[in-house]
Structure formats: structure tokens, C-alpha cells
Design a protein around this ligand. Structure first.
Ligand code: MG
Length: 382
């Protein structure tokens, strides 16, 4: 694999917080990727909601399959743009580690519960997991990932939080960009969820082909498939349309990004970081089409009453769990009580709240539901 000079070359890496000897048979970003795949938070993604709650059906995306799709799209983009595939894969697989149970609804609830104690943001939580919370190595807390992977995980961040984050917070203060691998993983995330949410929404019966044809991006591929395969219908028709949508978006992204890179001519990753805007992105037309698709999904899928009902239930469960633990941490498992006690010793009630948020955020959908039952249903065995 030949890398562009402005890619994230290992020789120009800003390294790890705790210095370590270079790996023997692997690259640095390969090691990051491997550490992510072996961590507990990664395994729990299997039982966390993307849009549809995990137990609604086995066919829907979960955070785990979503992350794998992001990594696939990201690697394809990286290869065409001569960027570092291992780095983009590591960022993609880690980007959603901090998500709470029940998708975005869960994050909003925890943020509300934590509003007097610094708030809660899934992006920051992903970083907190890889920097502090994972307990896997004798020599350091967390996974001790390279700066470049951590930079990619922290997609956005408020100025207030940036000031407390040290090295990875700097770019938000300096108004700099991330490396191209982080930029590409970010767009790969959007390509993945826009397309798989259409697929899942159609499968769940919340969207229909007729409705989807209101969206240009979908309509174009629908027409092309209809013309070439007039008799095709059902799942194969849907999948043929969606695979073409993903391909069209990826090709547009690669072409438009190449054009931008050619006109700006960065020589190193530092030039990329210092540039006034991101170099990886769609063409203007595709950007607009994507905006329309996103708006359509927001109005018709994410706000569908059946999704909203689940969101409401999720909120009730998480608020109830947070409140019960906060009021009396002695109902938490023993090892978690110890963590909460340490947090409290260090930062008082804010420390207690933060450790409880970590615990609740780390739960899978089904574990949160079970805990709710155990705590609030008097006939459930504890
Ligand atoms: Mg994502």
C-alpha cells in the first residue's frame, strides 16, 4: 500500500500518552485497531441500538454492525485516496464506543441527568473509554491509543471541554482540522447510517418505496435499477438500489476529495491540519442531496411514532436507573460501588454522578431493561 505524503504516516505520529516500544510484527495503527477489537466496550456494541432497539429483530443494524460497515466504507475510501487504512479502520471501529443504550435518546437523557455535573456527550465518552475506563493492561489505564486514533474518535467538542482534554482538545481551540483519515471516517459514518437506515426502515415497514422515491438520491438509483431489471422486486430490488447509492456516494466523495487535495496541495499531515477547512467531503451537488436525504429520514423515520415510543420508554428506563443509583449507590454491584466511592472521594457528588453515568452508558439495551426490572419490579428476582 503506497501512502500519500500527507497521509497519517507512522513516522510522523504524535505517539501514545504512555510511551511504549514499537510493535514487532504490526504497525502502530494496526495495534490500535487490535486493542479496540479486544476491548469490552466493543463487544457490547452488539447489543446496543442504532435506530431500532436490539430486541425488535435480528435483522436490524446494531452499533456493532454499523461500526463494521463504517470501517468497510472507510477502508475503501482510504485505499483510493492513499490514506492509512489501518488508522481509518481503528477510528471507525471505535467511533461509537461511547454510545449509551437506546441510541441518541439515551445520550440526551444522560446529558440531562448530568447537567449539574458537566453533562454527557457520547463522543467524549468514546474517548473516555479508550483513555481511562477500559481495564486491560498492566502498565496503563485505558487502551493507550495513538494520538491519531484519538483525534479521529473526538469528532467534535465544545471549547469548554476542549480546554480540559489536553492534546486532542488543542485543535478545537486552534481551529485546526483533523488528519484526512479522521475526516474520511467521519463521512464514511454518514454514508453508512444514511443507507442502512433506509434499509432497516423499509424492512420495518416504517418507510415505503413510494415514500423513498421523494428523495432524489434514492429515486435516481430506483429508476436505473427498474430500467435494467424491470421484473426485480422485494428485498433484492431494495438492496440493489442501496448498494448503488453507497457506491455513488463513495465515488463522488473520492473524486471531490481528490480535486480538493490537488488544488490545496498539502505536503504533510500538518498542512492538512492547518488548512482552513476539511479536504475530505462530497461535491456540492452530492452534499445538497445528502442534506435532503438526512432531512427526509429525520422527518419520516427518526420521528416516526413507533421509534418515538421506544425513545420514550428508553428515557424512562435510564432516568429511573440513574436516579436510583445516585440516591443510593449501595444497590449497585460491589465492584461498581468501589468505583463510585473512589469517584466521590476525588470529586464529591460530581464524581459520584460521573461514575454512575459511566456505568449506565456502558450498559447494553437488554441489560438496562433487566436492571430496571430488578430495581423497580418487586416480583423480579434481584
Ligand atoms: Mg456512527
Amino acid at each position: 500500500m503506497s501512502l500519500a505524503p500527507y497521509a497519517a504516516l507512522e513516522t510522523s505520529s504524535r505517539g501514545r500518552s504512555h510511551p511504549e516500544a514499537a510493535p514487532v510484527y504490526r504497525g502502530e495503527y494496526q495495534r490500535d485497531r487490535d486493542r479496540i477489537v479486544h476491548c469490552s466496550a466493543f463487544r457490547r456494541l452488539e447489543y446496543k441500538t442504532q435506530v431500532f432497539v436490539n430486541h425488535e429483530g435480528d435483522m436490524f443494524r446494531t452499533r456493532l454492525t454499523h461500526s463494521i460497515e463504517v470501517a468497510q466504507i472507510g477502508r475503501a475510501i482510504a485505499r483510493m485516496l492513499h490514506l492509512h487504512e489501518d488508522l481509518i479502520e481503528a477510528i471507525s471501529l471505535a467511533h461509537d464506543l461511547g454510545h449509551t443504550p437506546f441510541g441518541h435518546a439515551g445520550q440526551d437523557v444522560l446529558n440531562e441527568c448530568m447537567k449539574e455535573y458537566g453533562g454527557f456527550e457520547h463522543n467524549l465518552q468514546s474517548l473516555r473509554i479508550v483513555d481511562n475506563l477500559e481495564e486491560r493492561y498492566a502498565d496503563f489505564p485505558g487502551l493507550n491509543l495513538t494520538y491519531e486514533t484519538r483525534e479521529g474518535i473526538l469528532k467534535h467538542c465544545s471549547l469548554k471541554n476542549a480546554r480540559e482534554l489536553g492534546d486532542v482538545g488543542e485543535r478545537f481551540i486552534q481551529q485546526q482540522q483533523s488528519g484526512l483519515e479522521a475526516q474520511a471516517a467521519n463521512v464514511a459514518d454518514a454514508i453508512a447510517y444514511n443507507n442502512h437506515d433506509i434499509d432497516d426502515g423499509l424492512r420495518a415497514g416504517l418507510l415505503s418505496l413510494d415514500m423513498m422515491c421523494e428523495v432524489d438520491l434514492f429515486r435516481q438509483q430506483y429508476d436505473a435499477v427498474k430500467k435494467k431489471y424491470p421484473d426485480l422486486d422485494g428485498r433484492r430490488q431494495v438492496h440493489e438500489i442501496i448498494r448503488r447509492m453507497i457506491n455513488t456516494q463513495a465515488v463522488d466523495l473520492i473524486d471531490a476529495s481528490n480535486r480538493r487535495i490537488e488544488s490545496v496541495k498539502p505536503e504533510t499531515i500538518d498542512d492538512v491540519r492547518a488548512h482552513s477547512e476539511a479536504l475530505i467531503g462530497f461535491s456540492e451537488e452530492m452534499d445538497e442531496q445528502n442534506r435532503l436525504l438526512k432531512r427526509f429520514l429525520r422527518e419520516n423515520l427518526y420521528r416516526h411514532y413507533r421509534v418515538h415510543r421506544m425513545t420514550k420508554k428508553a428515557k424512562r428506563i435510564l432516568v429511573a436507573l440513574f436516579d436510583a443509583y445516585f440516591e443510593d449507590p449501595r444497590i449497585m454491584p460491589h465492584h461498581t460501588q468501589l468505583t463510585v466511592a473512589k469517584g466521590e472521594e476525588h470529586a464529591g457528588m460530581a464524581g459520584r454522578a460521573r461514575c454512575i453515568a459511566d456505568y449506565v452508558a456502558g450498559m447494553t439495551d437488554r441489560y438496562a431493561i433487566l436492571e430496571y426490572e430488578r430495581i423497580y419490579n418487586p416480583t423480579t428476582l434481584t
